[in-house]
Design a protein around this ligand. Structure first.
Ligand code: FUB
Length: 312
């Protein structure tokens, strides 16, 4: 479906009636695979574009930001997302600093095609990975973020760094993603990040050993006034979703959206375009199962009368 280069973690947005996809740019780093994710050693971002939903292959519009042009960069440009405000485009990205700690950074452009210019420092108080931006109908912009294991979320509690990482176990409550409203200029958090609670039908937070609990790859979209939070379950390899009446949640678990794909990671975005809804995701089929060389795909989603989603 998408160009022959390896692109993962696709974040899709419609700007000027075209679909722009902001992926991670996978490459062969030669670093052995490990649970820390060192083999995902990406060094730049490209943007892909579709003019029409039925176009067989997206166009690669080229590089929009390189790790060499980010003043605070250490290594590993992971998942990113873009939001538009007042005719400017804000790329929020995950990157390790020079001490190997993940933070979220901001880079700004005048066009969705970039090039993007990075701010000199990461967002104050940001940590972990996988930012998803969401602009609500009132213009407020929120960023959802967080990821376990190599994404370092287990090193924090209540937005403070722990002395050593603690992963909840068994029937302990799982670790939630975080959400923060952005400042009006979209360069900082406007508030302390809050937990994105995912609860079962009884209102209980999903447990650490629940295969549907949050792991990484947050995405937020709104449909018919309902907020849909979708995410990857990481080591159980599912894409799941939960719904709420508020962008802050709590979100009630609703179901599985995508079964495990070829490759360890699963990651996605959901975008409404010309009256249809699309799931962008990745797998490692074209690279023969190499988990760090992933390719972007697109599928259509439909809603049932009760608001649940399924792949067409
Ligand atoms: O692409 C690097 C990491 O792999 C992402 O940040 C995670 O969501 C997983 O897809």
């Amino acid at each position: 479906m998408f160009p022959s280069d390896y692109m993962a973690d696709p974040s899709g947005h419609v700007f000027n009636d075209k679909l722009y996809i902001y992926p991670s740019h996978d490459r062969e780093s030669g670093i052995p695979e490990n649970d820390n994710g060192d083999h995902f050693d990406m060094r730049d971002y490209h943007v892909l574009c579709l003019d029409d939903p039925d176009q067989p292959e997206a166009r690669d519009l080229g590089m929009i930001l390189s790790v060499d042009d980010i003043p605070w960069a250490g290594r590993q440009l992971w998942d990113s997302d873009v939001v538009e405000k007042d005719g400017r485009y804000y790329l929020i990205f995950s990157l390790k600093d020079k001490n190997d700690i993940f933070h979220l950074g901001v880079a700004i452009a005048d066009r969705p095609e970039g090039p993007f210019c990075a701010l000199p420092d990461p967002i104050r108080g940001s940590y972990s990975i996988d930012p998803c931006t969401f602009k609500d109908d009132d213009g407020q912009v929120y960023v959802y973020f967080g990821g376990l294991w190599g994404g370092q979320l287990q090193r924090y509690r209540d937005n403070k760094a722990l002395e050593s990482a603690i992963l909840p176990q068994g029937d302990e409550p799982s670790l939630p993603a975080r959400v923060a409203r952005m400042s009006d200029d979209l360069t900082q958090f406007a508030e302390e990040p809050r937990p994105v609670e995912i609860v079962d039908e009884m209102g209980k937070i999903l447990r650490a050993d629940d295969p549907h609990r949050f792991f990484e790859a947050s995405w937020l979209h709104k449909h018919d006034g309902t907020y849909y939070f979708s995410y990857s379950t990481g080591d159980s390899h599912l894409l799941c979703y939960a719904t709420s009446e508020s962008p802050y949640g709590p979100f009630r678990f609703r179901g599985e959206l995508l079964q495990p794909v070829v490759g360890w990671t699963t990651h996605h975005s959901i975008v409404e375009w010309r009256g249809r809804t699309f799931l962008l995701h990745h797998d490692s089929v074209p690279s023969g199962g190499r988990t760090w060389l992933r390719s972007t795909k697109m599928a259509e989603i439909v809603y049932e009368a009760d608001g649940s989603m399924r792949l067409l």
